[in-house]
Design a protein around this ligand. Structure first.
Ligand code: HEC
Length: 289
């Protein structure tokens, strides 16, 4: 079973290379205007934005449990078949869930010869989403990492296309859902594209840039969430550690130069929906100094 997953990862490594090399392609700067779209709670719900519970058990109830029901695992693992991770009682189900591993759940869920056809590749997007959502609720997110993020942007709809496009948070002072609000008019820029020619839809996010206004801003350790869930594979900006002097906001017609990182975060996103997928950046440190 773990073989299924490592095969998948090997496949990803080669697709990563393809993604990286094509990320060097000519950049076209469309959509340079104000892309920021504030969303209401109702909008979030309709986007299926995942919200962690206050305990991992509750988060399990919101991530894996609906999957077990919809994929009909419940017909066996909700009754006589152990581990009984699909029991109706979330607390009992969670105790059973801890008797196996997330890797086993993934392997069985995507194995079409398991459970009389209950498993199968068709569940790839749903089980990946369940796993990502659950992992995003672990301490620091990303499956047991010890990182603590102190700032996070609000969600921004990506509207990604196969062509690289520049996007921006136009004023972080009012566009953070967590963290400081006194950033002197700092803006956050990035380029994004969605590659749909690979086996799985793959996002490329690159040239992360901070444009500063009146303040010097320190930035360290940047992670990415898509649709509210941490993307553990998007590690390209985790080593960012910069202090940006005031006045680096690009003038009209200028292109932000990737002053935080020239790297690219390339990650598969099964079930990508260009029209509704949102991105959030989160930071170990993001503050004026
Ligand atoms: C028709 C009954 C049936 C259905 C439906 C079913 N399973 Fe199973 N499952 C079994 C049986 C029997 C075993 C024990 C034998 C084995 O390991 O294959 C098992 C074992 C497992 C294990 C191994 C646990 C461990 O670590 O030992 C996992 C994980 C699992 N199933 C996940 C799932 C998931 C996810 C689904 C839904 C997509 C599912 N099963 C649907 C019958 C079923």
């Amino acid at each position: 079973m773990s073989e299924t997953k490592s095969n998948r990862n090997r496949g990803f490594a080669s697709r990563l290379l393809i993604g990286l090399s094509s990320a060097v392609c000519i950049v076209s700067f469309q959509n340079c205007g104000a892309d920021f779209v504030p969303l209401s709670d109702a909008d979030f719900a309709s986007l299926g934005k995942f919200v962690c519970g206050s305990t991992l058990e509750e988060s399990f109830g919101r991530s894996y449990k609906p999957f077990f029901n919809s994929a009909t695992c419940v017909s066996c693992h909700g009754g006589s078949q152990g581990p009984k991770f699909a029991l109706a009682d979330t607390s009992l189900a969670y105790t059973e869930f801890l008797k196996t591993t997330q890797a086993n759940i993934f392997a069985y869920a995507t194995n079409q010869s398991h459970g009389g056809g209950a498993g199968g590749e068709r569940h790839l997007a749903a089980i990946t989403a369940a796993e990502n959502n659950f992992n995003s609720c672990k301490s620091g997110g990303g499956g047991g990492a010890t990182t603590t993020f102190t700032a996070r942007t609000q969600p921004l709809i990506l509207s990604a296309t196969p062509t690289l496009a520049l996007k921006q948070f136009t004023t972080l002072d009012t566009q953070l859902e967590l963290g400081a609000t006194n950033l002197g008019g700092a803006r956050l820029f990035f380029q994004v594209r969605l590659d749909t020619t690979l086996e799985q839809p793959t996002y490329v996010v690159q040239r992360l840039s901070l444009g500063t206004g009146t303040s010097t801003v320190a930035v360290r350790g940047v992670g990415i969430r898509i649709n509210g869930a941490v993307v553990p594979a998007a590690t390209a900006f985790r080593n960012v550690d910069r202090v940006i002097n005031p006045g680096t906001n690009p003038l009209a017609g200028q292109t932000p130069n990737g002053n935080l990182s020239l790297g690219a975060a390339v990650f598969e996103y099964p079930g990508a929906n260009a029209a509704t997928d949102t991105i959030q950046f989160e930071f170990e440190v993001l503050r004026s100094q």
